[in-house]
Design a binder for this molecule. Structure first.
Ligand SMILES: CC(C)(COP(=O)(O)OP(=O)(O)OC[C@H]1O[C@@H](n2cnc3c(N)ncnc32)[C@H](O)[C@@H]1OP(=O)(O)O)[C@@H](O)C(=O)NCCC(=O)NCCS
Length: 156
């Protein structure tokens, strides 16, 4: 297990996810995912490029590949680096990596109302379903999950 990688992911996640929604994973969940051969972590520096060990980390994605599809499990950019295209560059890199792993579409699930929807739609994702009351906030409120997909065939 690459503890330094987990440390970097946890630091970005803790700075990025609003605790009001309970979306962040704990360390154990991240470690367990990374033990699986089909989960892929990608950490970028403030320029949106793959972060070297001695560079600060500004954002990351964690995805899981399945048969002809790749699911974005976690995705965040720390607040100080937002709004300059880093999120978009992570999605671009995910697309390329997923394609090289044989994916034909990307999937993700988002709580209803997350402003990230604008970025997903601009990228080319569209809604394919919803799970009513799927997320439960620490205060017990239920929020729907919206499932988005991006079909690679759109490119050709
Ligand atoms: C979603 C997230 C990764 C986007 O990162 P980013 O580096 O700011 O993304 P970009 O700069 O490439 O794109 C920003 C675009 O997304 C939209 N956007 C994304 N998150 C937003 C937010 N929290 N507030 C306002 N707009 C947001 C903006 O409208 C912007 O579009 P524009 O350029 O047309 O104005 C970042 O906001 C984040 O970490 N959010 C918290 C964690 C989270 O919710 N992750 C997604 C879980 S499904």
């Amino acid at each position: 297990m690459r503890g330094d990688l987990v440390d970097r992911i946890m630091a970005i996640m803790e700075a990025s996810f609003d605790p009001a929604y309970g979306e962040a994973w704990n360390r154990r969940q991240v470690e367990d995912a990374l033990l699986l051969g089909n989960c892929h972590a990608y950490v970028v520096n403030p320029s949106g490029l793959p972060a070297k060990d001695d560079e600060p980390a500004a954002g990351f994605s964690l995805s899981r590949s399945g048969f002809e599809e790749e699911e974005l499990l976690l995705f965040a950019v720390t607040p100080e680096y937002r709004g300059r295209g880093i999120g978009r560059s992570i999605l671009d890199a995910l697309y390329r990596a997923a394609e090289s792993r044989g994916a034909k579409r990307l999937l993700l699930e988002m709580r209803r109302g997350n402003p990230a929807e604008r970025l997903y739609r601009a990228f080319g994702f569209s809604t394919i379903g919803e799970r009513k009351a799927y997320y439960r906030t620490p205060h017990g409120t239920r929020i729907d999950a919206i499932t988005f997909a991006y079909q690679f065939e759109q490119d050709s």
